[in-house]
Design a protein around this ligand. Structure first.
Ligand code: MSP
Length: 510
C-alpha cells in the first residue's frame, strides 16, 4: 500500500480565511483526489496555528480571552473548508491537548539529548514576525516586513542547537535535489546556508507571553510559536496512531507559499534531525497571489473571501481559475476580470457548450439512447481518442511536477480538438441523410466518450462538475475507468443537457 501524506500550513487565527489560504488548501485537496483516484492511500491534513503573541494580541484587541477567540476563528476556518467541499482527513489545532502533549514530549526528548541549552540573548524583537532580528537584517532600523522599529530585548532563553545541523542539512539538499521544489526555492535555501547558521531561540518567558505551550523542563517559559506549529505535521500522525508515523511520515508532501520557506526549509528539517525523525518527502513551495491594488490586506479592503467567490461564481469555477491561472512556484495576479474571462471562455464556451451540444444532439436524434460503434473506427475517431489519451499522459507528467495550470491546459487543448471534431463531422448535417444515421450514432457515441473522459480527468480539479457530468451520462463511478468505446453500452439512455456554467454578463456586472 503506497501513501501520499499532504499538508497545508496551519493557518494563523488572527485573520479570516482568504484567497491565499484557499489556494494552498485547494491544491492540497486536488492532490489528494488525484492520488486517491490513482489508487494511493491518502491523508490530507490542515488546521490552525493558535499560540503566540499575535494571537494573544488579536484576542485582546477583540476584547475576549484567547481561548474563546481561537475557538471562534478556528471554527470559521473549519466551516469554510467544509462549505468549500475540501476533503481533509484531519483538522489539527495547536491548542488540542494531544498536540500540546506531543510538543512537550519532543521538547523533553531533545532537551535530554543535549540539543537545547539556556543562554542570554539580546536582539531586536519584532512582535509582528515573532522573532529576533540581527542589526544587519533590519532595513533603516526597521523590520523589513512590518516597517516598524523593533524593541531591543535582552533576556535569558532556551536555544536549540540549530547551527550544529548546517552541514547535515546542506548534504540532505544535495543528496535529494527534489526535497524542496521548485528548484528556485531550493537554490534560495542553499544560498542562505552559505552563511553560518545560528542557533534558534525556542522559548519565551511567561512574564512576556503566557499564550503558549509550557516548556516541560521550565515552567517559567513557553515554547516559541514556530517550534509548536511545525510539529503539527508529526503530532497529527502520532495521534492517528497505528503505524502512521512509520508509513505516512516519510511520504509527507508539505504545501506552503514562499513566505514561510525559511521555517520549513531550515528550522523544520533541523528539528527533525535533532528529534531523530526522517525528513519529509517534499517541501512544495508556491508563489503569492497579488491583487491589482498590490498586497491583499484588510486595510486596503481588497481581501478575497472564498465563500463570497463560491456564492457568486460556484466553487468549481473558482477552483478552476486558481489552478489554471497560477503557475505553481510563481506569483500570480488575481482580478475579478481575469476570473470572469476564464469562466466565460474556458468553462461556459468551451466545456459547457461542448457538453450541452453533445447531449442535446443525443437527445434530439436518438431520444438519449446511446448508439453502437462499428468494429473498424474511421481515422478521425481514432485521432479524437488518441488526442485525449495524449492529454491524459501529459496530465500525469505535469501533476508529478505540480504544474496544475499545464495539466488543465492539456485537457483544454483536447477539448478544443473535440469541438473542432463536431464541426468537421457535422452530425447536424449528416442527420438529414437517411443513409448516415448509423454514422451519426457513432460520432455522438464518441462525443459522449469525451464527456465520460472529462468526468474522469477533471474530478480532482472540479469535483462537483465531474459528478454532474457522470449524472448527465447516467453512469456510476465504476464506468469511468473503462477504455474509450467501452464505457457506454449501446441502448443505455443518458439524460438531457443542462447549463453547467452560465455565461457571466460582463456589461451587466457593474
Ligand atoms: N501559522 C503559520 C504557518 C505554520 S505551518 C507550520 C502561517 N500562517 S498564515 O495564516 O500566515 O498562512 C500562511 C500561508 O497562507 C502561506 O504559506 C500560504 O499557504 C497561504 N497564503 C497566505 N497569503 C497568501 C497569498 N497572498 N498568496 C498565496 N498564498 C498565501 O504562516
Amino acid at each position: 500500500m503506497s501513501w501520499v501524506y499532504i499538508t497545508t500550513p496551519i493557518y494563523y487565527v488572527n485573520a479570516e480565511p482568504h484567497l491565499g489560504h484557499t489556494y494552498t488548501t485547494v491544491v492540497g485537496d486536488t492532490l489528494k483526489r488525484y492520488y486517491r483516484a490513482l489508487g494511493y492511500e491518502t491523508y490530507f491534513l490542515t488546521g490552525t496555528d493558535e499560540h503566540g503573541d499575535k494571537i494573544a494580541q488579536a484576542a485582546a484587541a477583540g476584547g475576549t480571552d484567547p481561548q474563546s477567540y481561537v475557538d471562534r476563528i478556528s471554527g470559521l476556518f473549519r466551516s469554510t473548508w467544509d462549505s468549500c467541499g475540501i476533503d481533509y482527513d484531519h483538522f489539527i489545532r495547536t491548542t488540542d491537548v494531544e498536540h500540546k502533549a506531543f510538543v512537550q514530549k519532543i521538547l523533553q526528548r531533545i532537551y535530554d539529548a543535549g540539543e537545547v541549552y539556556f543562554g542570554e540573548y539580546g536582539g531586536y524583537y519584532c512582535y509582528g514576525c515573532e522573532r529576533f532580528y540581527t542589526e544587519k537584517e533590519l532595513v533603516d532600523g526597521k523590520c523589513p516586513d512590518h516597517q516598524k522599529v523593533p524593541d531591543f530585548i535582552s533576556e535569558k532563553n532556551y536555544f536549540f542547537r540549530m547551527g550544529k545541523y548546517q552541514q547535515q542539512l546542506i548534504d540532505a539538499l544535495q543528496a535529494r535535489p527534489d526535497l524542496i521544489r521548485p528548484e528556485r526555492y531550493r537554490a534560495e535555501v542553499l544560498a542562505f546556508l552559505r552563511e553560518p547558521l545560528e542557533d534558534l531561540c525556542i522559548s519565551r518567558p511567561t512574564s512576556r507571553l503566557q499564550w503558549g505551550i509550557p516548556l516541560p523542563f521550565d515552567a517559567h517559559y513557553v515554547t516559541y510559536v514556530w517550534f509548536d506549529a511545525l510539529l503539527n505535521y508529526v503530532s497529527a500522525l502520532d495521534r492517528r496512531g497505528g503505524d502512521s508515523l512509520e508509513t505516512l511520515w516519510p511520504k509527507a508532501n508539505h504545501l506552503i507559499a514562499k513566505d514561510i520557506l525559511k521555517t520549513h526549509a531550515i528550522y523544520w528539517p533541523t528539528m527533525l534531525m535533532a528529534a531523530g525523525l526522517p525528513l519529509y518527502q517534499h517541501l512544495n513551495v508556491h508563489g503569492y497571489w497579488i491583487m491589482d491594488s498590490g498586497k491583499m490586506s484588510k486595510s486596503l479592503g481588497n481581501v478575497i473571501r472564498p465563500l463570497d467567490m463560491k456564492a457568486r461564481f460556484g466553487m468549481d469555477a473558482f477552483r478552476y481559475f486558481l489552478l489554471r491561472e497560477m503557475a505553481f512556484g510563481q506569483d500570480a495576479k488575481f482580478s475579478e476580470e481575469a476570473l470572469v474571462t476564464r469562466i466565460n471562455a474556458d468553462l461556459a464556451n468551451n466545456l459547457g457548450n461542448f457538453v450541452s451540444r453533445a447531449l442535446a444532439m443525443q437527445q434530439k436524434y436518438f431520444a438519449g439512447v446511446v448508439q453502437p460503434l462499428t468494429e473498424n473506427w474511421p481515422q478521425e475517431d481514432i485521432e479524437l481518442r488518441d488526442k485525449f489519451a495524449h492529454a491524459e499522459d501529459e496530465l500525469k507528467d505535469y501533476m508529478a511536477e505540480l504544474h496544475f495550470h499545464r495539466a488543465l491546459e492539456a485537457v483544454w487543448s483536447a477539448l478544443d480538438y473535440a469541438n473542432r471534431y463536431i464541426v468537421q463531422m457535422a452530425p447536424f448535417t449528416m442527420i438529414k441523410d437517411d443513409d448516415k444515421q448509423a454514422r451519426v450514432g457513432e460520432v455522438l457515441h464518441h462525443l459522449l466518450e469525451v464527456v465520460r473522459t472529462l468526468a474522469r480527468v477533471l474530478a480532482p480539479f472540479m469535483p462537483e462538475t465531474a459528478v454532474e457530468l457522470r449524472s448527465l451520462l447516467a453512469i456510476g463511478e465504476d464506468r469511468l475507468a473503462a477504455p474509450w468505446g467501452e464505457g457506454l453500452i449501446a441502448g443505455h439512455k443518458i439524460n438531457p443537457p443542462k447549463v453547467l456554467f452560465p455565461r457571466i454578463d460582463t456589461d451587466a456586472k457593474k
